[in-house]
Ligand binder design. Structure first.
Ligand SMILES: *Cc1c(COP(=O)(O)O)cnc(C)c1O
Length: 433
């Protein structure tokens, strides 16, 4: 497998290099040189495969020998090891639950696969690898759980003090072992600036082997294509056109769907569902792309004003608006509309949908109003209990917390408190590693 940068289509790197570097030097994004079609036998048999077998078959074709098959199998089995069940609310209305992993959000798929892949590529290296991540909440939990106890890899997570929820903070600060948290007396942007400056510090990079677990890493994108197949597998009837509604922020999830389609999965349409941070729906409706600062909403994991994966989507369609609109339709919603949707889904179907999934629900309803003869799948990107307070305010009743989240509340937080000062951060790194 070879990858190129969206900003330079003539230079290639290996999967290993793309995974460790994260971003090409030219600031583009890595794209696979080829996205092959799956063989006929796959589609003949795919209803009989388990989720991990499906993931193995898809990754084998996509990665094209980038690692030995038995290694790939091990990686799949230890990362794609929780289910993605399809729940049916009504005829032609389904929910794909992607929150059954350790941090209760779909980001677990990407983080776990990436940690296993990095650990494999890191095997021959004597020097430990240090992963630096800045988080505004959800990514940190998935990365912490995904890399926990991975041999040869240390993880440093920087988060803004007082700006993540109590449970999110506990997900980062209670694991111990190779996971360390830095509580920064500042904003998410301060955290990100500290990480960026470390990568640019050549003296530091000579002493420590640094890498990132950024959301645009190709190793996080690849496993997200697997569950589109897993969803289709669980549909009783594939003859009716299938539409995926995807609550989106940075558009990694939707881009992974485009990979699945290119590999042969029959998808009639993708719906780009956003909150008021609607740069992509606006582009799909008008052809004009204008990134802008993000606005805070209750579906906060989608508060992105300049979605990084748009460069990959654009590349898929050769920068041709007209082509993209054939496959992707965009809708966006306010917080008021989202809250009503949470209430409606609970009242009509007795289902607790979180605010992100609710945006996907609204967009699917809007699409269906114009295209009635389809079956729709909403990606439910996080467990509703992750947004307990908002959910309880919206529904005016208590909602249950799953055991694995509840036990976090009693665990002892351990974090190093730091001002957003690069010299202090650097000496902390050098003293600890
Ligand atoms: C990260 C996240 C999203 C947005 O996913 P993208 O791939 O960035 O579009 C949506 N919902 C939840 C709960 C998330 O954590």
């Amino acid at each position: 497998m070879r990858l190129y940068s969206t900003k330079n289509t003539t230079a290639f790197v290996s999967l290993k290099e793309a995974v460790f570097k994260g971003l090409p030097d030219d600031n583009g994004l890595y794209m696979p040189e080829q996205i092959p079609l799956l063989p006929d036998y796959f589609f003949k048999r795919f209803k009989e495969y388990s989720f991990s077998e499906l993931a193995f078959e898809v990754s084998k074709v996509l990665l094209q020998g980038a690692l030995p098959e038995d290694k790939l199998q091990d990686i799949i089995e230890s990362s794609i090891n929780f289910p993605a069940p399809l729940k049916t609310l009504a005829a032609d209305l389904h929910i794909l639950e992607l929150f059954h992993g350790p941090s209760l959000a779909f980001k677990d798929f990407g983080a776990r696969f990436m940690s296993q892949l990095m650990s494999h590529f890191n095997e021959d290296n004597k020097q430990e690898l240090i992963i630096l991540v800045a988080t505004s909440g959800d990514t940190g939990g998935a990365v912490a759980a995904g890399f926990y106890d991975t041999p040869g890899i240390e993880v440093v997570i920087l988060y803004p003090s007082g700006k993540v929820s109590m449970l999110q903070e506990k997900q980062l600060t209670t694991l111990g072992k190779n996971i360390r948290a830095i509580e920064v007396n500042g904003t998410f942007d301060d955290c990100q600036a500290l990480v960026k400056q470390s990568f640019l510090d050549q003296a530091l990079c000579k002493q420590l082997r640094l890498s990132s677990a950024n959301s645009i890493n190709i190793a996080r994108l690849i496993p997200q294509s697997f569950y589109y197949f897993e969803a289709a597998k669980q549909l009783a009837d594939l003859s009716k056109p299938v539409v995926f509604s995807i609550p989106s922020g940075n558009f990694g999830n939707l881009t992974a769907g485009l990979i699945a389609k290119k590999m042969g999965l029959p998808v009639h349409q993708f719906i780009a569902a956003t909150n008021v941070n609607n740069v992509v729906p606006t582009y799909l409706n008008t052809g004009i792309y204008t990134p802008r600062p993000s606005v805070r909403t209750i579906s906060n994991a989608m508060d992105v004003g300049n979605p990084s994966n748009f460069a990959r989507m654009d590349e898929f369609y050769c920068s041709t608006w007209n082509n993209m609109t054939k496959d992707i339709t965009g809708f966006s919603y306010t917080d008021e509309e989202t809250k009503h949707a949470v209430q409606e889904v609970y009242k009509q179907y007795g289902y607790l949908i979180d605010p992100h999934g609710a945006v996907g629900y609204l967009a699917l309803q809007a699409y269906k109003a114009q295209n009635p003869n389809i079956q729709g799948i909403i990606l439910e990107t996080a467990h509703p209990a992750k947004f307990k307070k908002d959910m309880e305010d919206i529904l005016n009743q208590a909602i249950p917390i799953p055991e694995r989240l509840a036990i976090l509340a009693d665990k002892q937080k351990e974090a190093h408190y730091l001002d957003p000062d690069y010299d202090q951060f650097k000496s902390w790194l050098l003293n600890n590693y």
